[in-house]
Design a binder for this molecule. Structure first.
Ligand SMILES: [Zn+2]
Ligand SMILES: [Zn+2]
Length: 72
């Protein structure tokens, strides 16, 4: 399931149960075909925030990796 948010009070986002379309940090929209970074719990961030956080998920401490495209 989705990463358990530990951002503190007031930061809970109920919408994140669905496919992530926004960066969890800055709220930027993530295009389906654009680049995004996820951790193993599917916390999702834009490339800018992933780089700023040195590819470490602030929610769970996991490594952020480029989200794979739909093509396999
Ligand atoms: Zn961001
Ligand atoms: Zn995470």
């Amino acid at each position: 399931m989705a990463c358990y948010h530990a951002n503190g009070p007031g930061e809970v986002d109920i919408m994140t149960l669905e496919m992530k379309t926004r960066c969890e940090k800055c709220g930027d929209a993530l295009s389906q075909d654009g680049s995004a970074y996820i951790c193993s719990y599917e916390c999702t961030f834009c490339p800018k925030c992933a780089a700023a956080m040195k590819s470490v998920c602030p929610n769970c401490g996991g490594e952020l990796v480029p989200r794979p495209s739909r093509t396999t």
